[in-house]
Ligand binder design. Structure first.
Ligand SMILES: Cc1cc2nc3c(=O)[nH]c(=O)nc-3n(C[C@H](O)[C@H](O)[C@H](O)COP(=O)(O)O)c2cc1C
Ligand code: SF4
Length: 418
């Protein structure tokens, strides 16, 4: 096996006691925060922007840019917020859980740095309620950070104040979507808001809000402590740094793997111990349910945001679900469509009716009746209409697995035996 993991975000994972702030500090922890507090907030933003850090929650948007928008919007607003997206609802994704369970101070430090950068005095960490260990360890990290003077009033004598509180999600996938999360944080039902305004302009409680994913924030202390040049030695020009991929399915060693962005898909499968029992690779679903199927022709492709987008695929959250020769693509596709039906909030017609309709058509695709090719074409068409007319990104998502499954596996999907 040629490729090794490159652990920078996970450098402490399994090596330090995640419940010990002293262990974290001994491993170099809070050096990034100390440095950031000596810097001008605008320079912190600039450093993250020049390092090329992109959001690890799925969309890959420039983190520095988002911070800049948030810090510059509504100068008269009395409050700014940081919201940490720790909802991790995308099927096949469990990277944030690893960070929260094994090195909670790292992303907490990143949260404090982000708050300093945009001058927010309150942060919320929105964690999915099922993640008991993540919740407990984050809570302990917060308490220890207060006691050590990294949170609360006048942090490390800088004059900067910040409070951090945990809020729990209740199992809704849609509440991982940033605007819906803000509604949930305000105590409302998890329905999305119409964009614009973006959270940077009008976020939680109507104030400018920075929403960042756990893994994104976990990169910030490393960048500030070590500098942009150091960070840019990992990854590619347009996708610098590393990414934690979560690999499941037909591999010998399913799990989480941190590698520089830009490694080919084949290397990731090798890293996960290769195909299970020497089976032949057939397909992978990249990026979870709101992701895309690829076939063996994509094994050599570099895993970066831009390269995959250019090839019609997604990097998304970094989930990779691997299928072997003989595994029915239909089953996974059907699962994705049922997932969207279940998670649709029902607020708008195209998604509420469309997600139900797609499952019905998928059932028909399996039954012996009807012209399967026509049914599949109709499904793709409907998902396109949904993508153009749905209110939020959930209704715009079924097109991703559906169109890509149809692109690579249309013949299989249209035969009698799935
Ligand atoms: C339906 C849906 C679910 C999402 N779930 C998550 C999630 O669980 N965690 C996450 O970080 N981002 C999730 N996102 C993306 C967020 O809306 C947002 O882009 C992200 O939190 C921004 O942080 P980043 O810039 O650090 O990636 C989801 C998006 C959608 C449309
Ligand atoms: S697209 Fe779906 S999830 Fe989004 S608002 Fe409409 S019904 Fe709700």
């Amino acid at each position: 096996m040629s490729i090794q993991e490159t652990r920078i975000v996970l450098k402490n994972a399994g090596k330090i006691n995640p419940l010990s702030i002293d262990d974290y500090i001994r491993a170099g922890g809070y050096a990034g925060l100390r440095k950031a507090l000596q810097m001008n907030p605008a320079d912190v933003i600039d450093e993250l922007m020049e390092a090329g850090l992109r959001g690890r929650g799925g969309a890959g948007f420039s983190t520095g840019m988002k911070q800049k928008f948030t810090s510059e919007s509504c100068q008269r607003c009395p409050q700014r917020y940081v919201v940490v997206n720790a909802d991790e609802g995308e099927p096949g994704t469990f990277k944030d859980r690893i960070i929260m369970e094994q090195d909670p101070h790292l992303y907490l430090e990143g949260t404090i740095i982000a708050a300093w950068a945009i001058q927010a005095t309150q942060a919320y960490i929105y964690i999915r309620g099922e993640y008991h260990e993540s919740i407990d360890k984050t809570q302990k990290a917060i308490e220890d950070a207060y006691a050590a003077g990294f949170l609360g009033k006048n942090i490390l004598g800088s004059g900067f104040d910040l409070d951090v509180e945990i809020r729990l999600g209740a199992g809704s996938y849609l509440c991982g979507e940033e605007l819906t999360m803000l509604e949930s944080l305000e105590g409302k039902r998890g329905n999305p808001r119409i964009k614009p305004p973006f959270p940077a302009e009008k976020g939680v409680f109507g104030m400018p809000t920075l929403v960042n994913n756990v893994e994104t924030l976990a990169n910030a202390p490393l960048i500030i402590a070590n500098g942009r040049e150091w960070y840019r030695q990992f990854g590619t020009e347009r996708s610098p740094g590393t990414k934690i991929f979560t690999i499941s399915g037909q591999v010998n060693k399913p799990g989480h793997y941190e590698v520089p962005l830009g490694v080919p898909l084949q290397d990731l499968i090798d890293l996960a111990g290769g195909m299970r029992n020497g089976k032949k690779f057939k397909a992978a679903l990249l990026g979870g349910a709101a992701g895309t199927f690829v076939d063996a022709s994509m094994l050599g492709e570099k895993m970066t945001y831009d390269n995959l987008r250019e090839k019609g695929a997604t990097l998304g959250s970094g989930a990779i679900i691997v299928m072997a020769e003989g595994d029915p693509v239909y089953d996974i596709l059907h699962n994705c469509l049922r997932f969207f039906r279940h998670e649709s909030c029902g607020k708008c017609v195209p998604c509420r009716v469309g997600t139900t309709q797609l499952v019905k058509q998928a059932d028909q695709l399996k039954s012996a009746n009807g012209d399967r090719k026509k049914i599949l074409e109709q499904m793709v068409l409907e998902s396109q209409i949904m993508a153009g007319t749905s209110l939020c990104p959930l209704g715009q998502s079924p097109i991703l697995p559906l169109e890509s499954a149809a692109k690579y596996f249309s013949k299989e999907l249209c035969t009698t035996h799935h």
